[in-house]
Design a binder for this molecule. Structure first.
Ligand code: AMP
Length: 120
């Protein structure tokens, strides 16, 4: 997609710090890392959210899982642990409209998500 920043990275039109790739997934370092290891796993084919994967859901998830395992080895967090996160849509604050999985690690990451004050 012509105005998608991750498609431009996949195409090589915008530079990125690439960690790993295969025919389906490009893994590159987040430009504003939130942890010592913060890598984005991005399907090379443009898709905005899960629900748009349709029949390719299973293949894409297997590719993402493969990418996560390989990146965790490269980044040295396979043994220490890491967190995988997908922000999907507005409530999750998805900023880039191209499906991507965050891989965080390299330190103790703390609780997964905080309750809002009104949730007690
Ligand atoms: P999300 O909120 O899940 O959509 O996260 C989007 C992520 O993409 C953020 O963590 C950004 O820092 C990251 N990001 C945006 N532009 C770039 C870029 N050009 N290279 C690497 N990471 C980027």
């Amino acid at each position: 997609m012509s105005d998608c920043i991750f498609c431009k990275i996949v195409a090589g039109d915008i530079p990125a710090n690439i960690v790993w790739q295969d025919e389906n997934i490009l893994a590159f370092r987040d430009i504003q890392p939130k942890a010592p290891v913060h890598v984005l796993l991005v399907p090379k084919k443009h898709v905005v959210t899960f629900d748009q994967l349709d029949g390719q859901w299973a293949d894409t998830m297997v590719s993402m899982a493969t990418a996560a395992r390989e990146v965790s080895k490269i980044e040295g967090v396979l043994e220490t642990g890491y967190r995988l996160l997908i922000n999907n849509g507005a409530d999750a604050h998805q900023e880039v409209a191209h499906l991507h999985m965050h891989l965080f690690g390299g330190r103790e990451l703390g609780p997964m998500i905080k309750k809002a004050p009104q949730e007690g």
